[in-house]
Structure formats: C-alpha cells, structure tokens
Design a protein around this ligand. Sequence first.
Ligand code: GLC
Ligand code: CA
Length: 560
Amino acid sequence: MKKWWQEAVLYEIYCKSFFDSNGDGIGDLPGVLEKLPVLKELGIGCIWFTPIYCSPQVDNGYDVSDYRSIDPAYGTMDDFKRVLDAAHAMGIRIVMDQVLNHSSDEHFWFRESRKSKDNPYRNYYIWQPPKADGSEPNNWGSYFREGRGSAWEFDAATGEYYLHQYSVKMPDLNWEYPPLRKEIYEMLRFWADMGVDGFRLDIFTRLKKPEGFPDTQKQPDVLLDRNGFIVDKKMCTNVPGIHEIIHEMHKEVFGPCDVFTVGEGAGVNSENAPGFIGKEREELDTVYHFELAGRSKPVMRAEDFRRVQKAWYEVQKKGGWETQHFSNHDSARQVSNYGAEGKYRIASARLLAVLLLTTPGTPILYQGEEIGMVNVSYDHIEDYNDRYTVGDYRSMVEKGADPKETLAVLAPKSRDNARTPYQWDASPNAGFTKGTPWLRVNPCYPEINLKKDMEDPSGIFRGYQELIRIRAEHPVIPDGEIVFHLEDDPRIIAYTRKNEAESLLVLANLSGEEAPLQLPRELCEKNWKLLFSGRPECGGGLNAKHTLAPWESEVFLCTD
Ligand code: GLC
Ligand code: CA
C-alpha cells in the first residue's frame, strides 16, 4: 500500500504571485480558493504553500513574525480554513512551509530576546560577545550579503552580536535551547490539529551550528567578497547533531500527528540522504535535492540526468523515498533553463513534463510550469526583489564591476524569474490583478498564458494533465525500476520503467536538433503502444521510428 504522498503530484503555490482577488496587487487566499477548480482539473493531489504567515516580507514570508497566523495581505485564518476545507473536499491535501532555522526580527521572541541578557527569550536566538577588538565573532558571511556582509549583527542594547545566516532581519533560532524546541513543536501541532496534511521544512540541514562558531577556511570569492566575510554554504550545513534534532521533531510531532514531511535538502545528496529519509531513521519522509536542478544549475545534460536518477533510485531501493523537481520559487524557470524558449517552448515544456512525471518518487510541480512560463529580464536593479540578486549586485558593483554587465550575469539565475505573477490570460497584468502587481508581470503574457494554453489540445497544460493521469493509472511510475538505454548518447534520454505487472518506455530528445536513434534489439522486439506524445504533430509510434524530432518526447506501454 502506498501512502497518499507517494501517489500525489505536489503543486507549489507562491501565494503572493498566484491570484489577487481584491486588487491590492498581492496574490491571496481567496484568490487560491477561486482557482482551486483549475488545479483539480490539472490533477494535482497536494498543494505546498510557501509561507503565508504574518511577515514583514523581507524574504517574501520566509521571515516569519508569527508562526500561528495568516498575513493579512493573504487573508484571514478563516480564509485559510476555507481553502483547507475546499481543497480537502476535492481530494487535495495541504502542506505548509515551516521556516524553523530563523524567524523575523519582528517576531515577539526576538523583540524580547534583544532587550537584555537575562530576558526569558534571550536564548531563543544565538548571541555571541564581540572579539577583543570589538569585531564579529567569526568570518561567516550572510547568504544575502546585506549590510557589511557579515552573518553577525551587533546589537547595541546588550553589546553582543546575533547570528543571521540570511538577512539581518532573519535571526537564527537557537535549537540548543529546549524551551525553543518545545515551543516549535507546539506550534507544529497547532497546524496539524487544524487539519493540514504535512510540512515542507525550510533549510532543515542548517538548524544545528558548529560548536564554538569556528571561522570558515573557505577562500573568498573575489567579486562577491564583502569586507572579508565569506559565504560558505557548508558553514552550518549537516553539522553533527542535526539528526538528533530532526528525529526529536519526528518523535514529538511528525509521527504522532501522522503528517507528511518534505525537507528542503540543501546539502543533501544521494549519499547522505538515507540518513535523513531512511524509514528506520524516523526523521523525514522525503527531501528535494539540488543535484540535478536548482539556482546554480542552468543546464541539464542527458548524462547528468542519468547519473542523478540512478543514484537516487538506489536511495529509493534502500527504503528512502525520492522526489522530482526542475524548478521552484528559488530558481529560474525550467523551460528557460533546461528546455528552449521560442519555437520549441511548448515541445520542450512537454518534454520536461514527461521527465518529471514518469520518473520515480513524488513529482513537485511549481506554479506556472504547467503553462511553460519563461524567465524575465529587467533593465534596472530596482525592478528586482530577490535578496540574492540585489545583494550580489551591490557587492559586485562595489568591487568595480560594470552595472549593466552585472545585471546581465545575475538576471538568468534570479529567483524573481519564478516569482513574476501567474499569467492567467491576455488581459492587463495577465489577469493576475486589477491593481498594480507587487512584482512586474512578465511582458510575454499576451503570448504565454493559461487561457490560451488550455485551448490548445496539445498545449502544455493538457500535456501535464494527461501525464498526471497516466502516472495515476500506472503504479510502475512511482516506484518501479528505472533502467537507462543509449547511455552514450549526449542528447537522448531513454529509459524503461518496470515492475512485475507492466513496463513503460520513455524517449526524449534533449536538443533542438533531430536525433537519430537505434534502440537495443530486445526493446525493438516488444510491442509498444504510444501512451503520450510530446509532439503529436510529428507522428508517433515506435516501430517506424528512426529519429526523434527536436525536443520530441514519447511514452510507451508494453502490450506483450
Ligand atoms: C529557503 C527558501 C528560500 C528562502 C531561504 C531562507 O531556501 O526556499 O526562499 O530565501 O530558505 O528562508
Ligand atoms: Ca490581494
């Protein structure tokens, strides 16, 4: 028996950019409620909401100022309950984002914590005295490169520094302090009791900090170095002791409340994953990782795809459960990165849909990918909101880099590519809002929008819909064996999926050129029925096939 989350397709909603119901330019919960039917039509089984709690929005909600609330910009708690009930009535589960590494500096805990060294909330955060010369406790740089660039901020009231791996306004919580842990567990139970079905855990690998806060030995990146503070992704990642924390959370909350958990696997790879998601570990159900796709991975070669899929299938065989994703709110658009804009946009978007939905594990689909939304490029840094883009830009320009060139370098990987408002139709602002959108709408919306795409029976939305249905009808997809063919081919991805009951064959041409194809004899001798064609206009069918058209993809079922 599979669990619901092994069968469902997860759909990530970035509420701020989804649909604005009241014209203030900000997507909201009544907007989600209104659009639920179209998600049902798509066939998804679960929504992951990025944080919709009260927040000063320094990092669009990843800076939480009240974990038990809904930000008024998104609606009320009643609005949330309405979405929860309506989704449940449609058979759609709800997963909430939990940001447990840090809070907003406007959270009540932090406002108390900074007041005095003996405040009851002092130890909810990580405070350190200055070095003898008054400088920062160590050389760690903050990911967002704000202020002087340090991950420590001096607080005059008590004469100590607090740690913030991310923004100055996002102080790290102190997981060494039992009362903080207890408070977090109670908060998680609050949401579970309300009926939410699971949690997505933000950067959970960074909750534990290294003892004594040693300097990082990493070399500074010349252009991005800020006053000698060094951004080192490893500084607080997978520090010994992290497993005890996650296991305790499981024991206190995830297990007893029977909620699904998916961790953001910064620093998780196929080697160390079993430590977090192995069943016997009692930590998390699954994670999503960055070995194939992510902000720093602008290309995906066929050989990378094969290597990563094979390695993660081994994790699954060992009792872990994997996920698939090609983009999310932290990356650029998958079609721009791994497919093709322009002439082959639809073909390549459908190809990515094939790969996402016919590989093992749970697929995670990010809003807008089902209509093939693409990257955006603005001429002014003021049009960007992403803290990474803005921080890196300042740092590089300070070092003398040319502003225009800097923007050209940073734009393709800006997280804002994925955060521009959803393109519903060709009306002003893509039908997202009647007001002024909080982030500029991608000007391509008259061409790329849901309404137009849905009208095309071989469009992207219809492709996702069909593939989601195929995935539900063929249990071999979530956990059957995956075997690759034509492994020397730099452009073709070819694999079979097999269990005792059935087998599927998937072919995909990851290039804009025709790709000749010579399948192994044992495959050719079988009878294959075409289940899905990424480019129906090219004429499908295996027997007659000697080449794949540019960005063509196909799924076959063995009928022997
Ligand atoms: C995660 C989130 C990202 C956020 C960061 C800090 O990576 O996905 O959006 O900026 O954590 O919370
Ligand atoms: Ca609104």
